[in-house]
Design a protein around this ligand. Structure first.
Ligand SMILES: Cc1cc2nc3c(=O)[nH]c(=O)nc-3n(C[C@H](O)[C@H](O)[C@H](O)COP(=O)(O)O)c2cc1C
Length: 426
């Protein structure tokens, strides 16, 4: 620990950290456009239900956890389109759950209609993550627990969390071991969500996959990017194929599925047991219906008009109001980002978008909707195209000396565990 003097002349603790200047690894190919096709598009894809412990996921499509997005109102809407997938809640910081932080507890709520209550935990300190798992089990909070080892956000990785963590194999193993043991008492399956590694010089996914399998994880999800790649470029699906080859447990492939055909293509190319969808369903929850149809070998796709989209917006607003215990203002503020995604590509004009961003109540949202043309077709140019964040990491922040060894030293553990963030937002 060093100290620096602030402008006000105060001494503040400054934790030394390792910072990788991320090379712009733009050379990973887009498997759908740049790389030569591995297989014929006509080749049928065989998809079977995935079994996670006692839980069957009939259509192996996962709503990938997204902080600030996948709370129960959004999950419910997604699940209405694809009634037999797996819809994971946004990550909950173990320490916040243990401290019974009200915001964290709200994120643990599920709607009665949700068939599989799926929670994701994040933490660095195995003892705290275990305590959080214990709460989940003792209070019957979930049917499935996913562990977050994929977050690339500097606030998280500089504390050794998220995608930085699998580098330290002892820590990674211990967290999984403890959570699997606690969840095992209630027959709750545990899965792990990982990235390819920190960067291509420090890849972790194969080892992490093996450890997860050895320690009893029911499945692994691989977001086929490194921390350094953040959300930039294209995920490299060939890495998903490598992991599928290496493991016996199901692998869910994740990264850059924007339409049902991408989902089919990922399964075809990698042999993954299922797919996980993040940004592709932002403002397009019907993607789960499209993928369900595609996996069933059907051509049907949802082609909503603006009027259909507005009905989804209104329903989303109402569910969010319930989520926020009747607080319409909070609901509508939460809804703003979703509205931007729902309206993406529709030629509705800047002033309409601005008016939506200024809404403070359900009535405001309803009023703005009446100004839109319900017959407008869904814009072709954004259909099944990338959406959401697309940046490379500027730098990868890690605890000081993190890359020096694959296991944690006593000092590293002391530093890390004193500093597990309460609220690790994406
Ligand atoms: C806004 C946002 C929030 C996210 N929050 C989480 C999270 O809480 N836990 C997690 O494991 N991954 C999180 N992710 C990563 C996604 O689950 C997913 O792995 C990533 O977006 C790649 O998939 P995609 O290409 O389908 O978007 C988040 C991604 C975004 C864009």
């Amino acid at each position: 620990m060093t100290y620096k003097t602030t402008m006000e002349g105060l001494f503040v603790a400054e934790t030394k950290e390792t910072v990788l200047n991320a090379p712009h690894e733009t050379d990973n190919l887009d498997p759908r456009t740049d790389a030569p096709a591995q297989t014929s598009a006509a080749e049928p894809v065989t998809i079977s239900p995935v079994q996670l412990g006692p839980i069957a996921v009939p259509t192996p499509v996962v709503l990938s956890p997204m902080a600030g997005v996948t709370n129960w109102p959004f999950r419910v809407i997604c699940e209405e389109y694809g009634p037999d997938g797996l819809y994971v809640a946004e990550m909950i910081t173990a320490r916040a759950l243990v401290a019974r932080n009200p915001k964290a507890l709200r994120l643990c709520h599920f709607a009665p209609s949700e068939k599989i209550r799926s929670l994701q935990l994040y933490g660095v300190n195995p003892a705290i993550v275990e305590q959080a798992a214990r709460i989940v089990v003792d209070e019957n909070m979930a049917d499935h627990v996913d562990l977050n080892f994929g977050c690339p956000v500097p606030k998280v990785t500089r504390r050794g969390g998220g995608s930085a963590l699998p580098w330290k194999t002892d820590l990674f193993r211990e967290i999984i071991q403890r959570v699997v043991r606690v969840c095992g008492e209630a027959n709750i399956p545990v899965t792990a969500k990982i990235r390819v590694g920190i960067d291509h010089e420090h890849e972790t996914f194969l080892e992490a996959g093996h450890i997860a399998q050895e320690e009893g994880c029911a499945a692994v999800t691989l977001h086929a990017r490194t921390t350094a790649e953040y959300y930039g470029g294209h995920s490299d699906w060939s890495r998903i194929g490598e992991l599928v080859e290496a493991l016996n447990i199901p692998v869910f492939g994740n990264g850059d599925i924007w339409g049902a055909d991408d989902a089919l293509e990922m399964v075809r190319e990698t042999g993954c047991a299922g797919v996980a969808i993040g940004r592709g369903c932002q403002g397009r929850p019907w993607l789960f219906a499209d993928i369900r149809h595609a996996f069933a070998g059907e051509e049907t796709r949802v082609d909503p008009t603006l009027g259909d989209v507005c009905r989804v917006i209104m329903r989303h607003a109402q569910l969010l109001t319930e989520f926020y215990d009747g607080d319409e203002r909070m609901a509508v503020h939460d809804l703003r980002k979703h509205i931007a995604w729902y309206l993406k590509g529709f030629p509705v004009g800047g002033s309409t978008r601005k008016a939506f961003m200024e809404c403070e109540s359900l009535a405001d949202v309803e009023r703005e909707i009446t100004h839109l043309d319900p017959a407008m077709r869904f814009p072709e140019r954004v259909k099944d195209k990338p959406r959401g964040r697309v940046r490379f990491a500027k730098k990868v922040h890690l605890p000081y000396g993190w890359l020096d060894s694959r296991t944690t030293t006593h000092e590293e553990r002391e530093t890390l565990f004193g500093d597990d963030p309460m609220d690790a937002e994406y």
